[in-house]
Design a protein around this ligand. Structure first.
Ligand code: ASP
Ligand code: MG
Length: 318
């Protein structure tokens, strides 16, 4: 029994010893195995991360920064402010800049002073001063007829422009009949850009330049948070451009848009620059230019610094 027990014990002992060895060996094996796995995982993670960053930056670029070019051609966007279209002479100046072979979208503000007058007309209407409002409307209307005389040569074009102006001002006068409301105010504020773009388009037509009006109210849209609805704008701007096949020069209104209810709205005062950047993003423009009419490029911002001087010579790139 003793002998038996002894061998058994030594057997067990031996077994335990070998087990232990085995266990040790297993641990070593596992260490090596997992070290390799860990190393290759690190590699995989690293490559995954790089891949992710590349695809992410593509997605990010396309969707948020540049957007996809749905219209198929490279466009430039050029925006001209109120002073740049403020008179017949200035409108000719704009034509000199935009008439060439480069495909482009020209964004125009209302003629200078117009939006201010429209705001003032709105105040009169809210105050129920209908006569005062009519008076201001007529004064503004007269300025437009004066511009027409200077801008167009042929009677045919003068008549056409006068008819456009009459239509818009009759519409404004129709607000001086009943109680004035917010929807009418927004429609009133939109008239300046509608007028300037139609007049400029007609001017180009008289001078034999082919161009098309892109109605901002058909593609510029803000959402419920009053932010531009980029997907909508991208899709509809592309559609509007595609409709006008073969045209290289498009003219659209700055500032005005529709809201999420489809009502006429605007991008707030000075919003034409914003229109230009939104349109530029939507059509994936390779350049957006904001033109402003000043008597030279100064060596500093004259609104902030006193006694600035115009720079004598400056190239476009500079
Ligand atoms: N006409 C509008 C305004 O005077 C928009 C603009 O000019 O940018 O605010
Ligand atoms: Mg401006």
């Amino acid at each position: 029994f003793y002998a038996l027990t002894k061998t058994k014990i030594s057997n067990v002992f031996h077994q335990v010893k070998t087990q232990k060895k085995k266990i040790n060996w297993d641990v070593e094996y596992l260490k090596i195995k997992y070290f390799h796995i860990w190393k290759s995982t690190k590699k995989t993670l690293f490559f995954y991360w790089i891949f992710h960053m590349i695809t992410f930056s593509f997605k990010y670029n396309n969707h948020y920064l540049c957007s996809e070019n749905l219209i198929g051609i490279e466009m430039k966007v050029l925006k001209f402010g109120g002073t740049s279209v403020g008179s017949a002479v200035r409108m000719r100046g704009v034509a000199d800049i935009v008439v060439n072979d480069e495909p482009k979208i020209v964004v125009l503000s209302a003629m200078s002073g117009t939006t201010n007058s429209l705001v003032a007309i709105g105040h009169k209407l809210y105050a129920d001063d209908k006569d005062g409002a009519k008076q201001l409307i007529s004064e503004l209307e007269a300025k437009y007829y004066d511009t027409v005389k200077e801008l167009y040569k042929a009677n045919e074009f003068q008549n056409e422009a006068n008819a456009v102006i009459k239509e818009h001002f009759d519409f404004m006068k129709s607000f001086a009949v009943n109680v004035f409301n917010l929807f009418q105010e927004r429609a009133l504020l939109a008239q300046g850009e509608l007028l300037s773009t139609k007049m400029f388009h007609l001017f180009l037509k008289e001078n034999g330049v082919e161009s098309a009006l892109l109605p901002a109210l058909d593609f510029m849209r803000i959402n419920r948070d009053e932010e531009p609805d980029m997907d909508y704008i991208r899709e509809h701007a592309a559609k509007e451009i595609a409709k006008r096949e073969g045209i290289k020069l498009f003219i659209t209104q700055g500032y005005i848009c529709r809201n999420s209810f489809g009502e006429i709205d605007n991008l707030k005062r000075g919003g034409s620059d914003y229109t230009a950047s939104i349109v530029g993003n939507a059509v994936k423009a390779d350049e957006i230019q904001i033109w402003t009419d000043i008597s030279g490029m100064h060596n500093n911002d004259p609104r902030v610094v006193d006694k600035t001087k115009p720079v004598a010579k400056l190239s476009f790139d500079e």
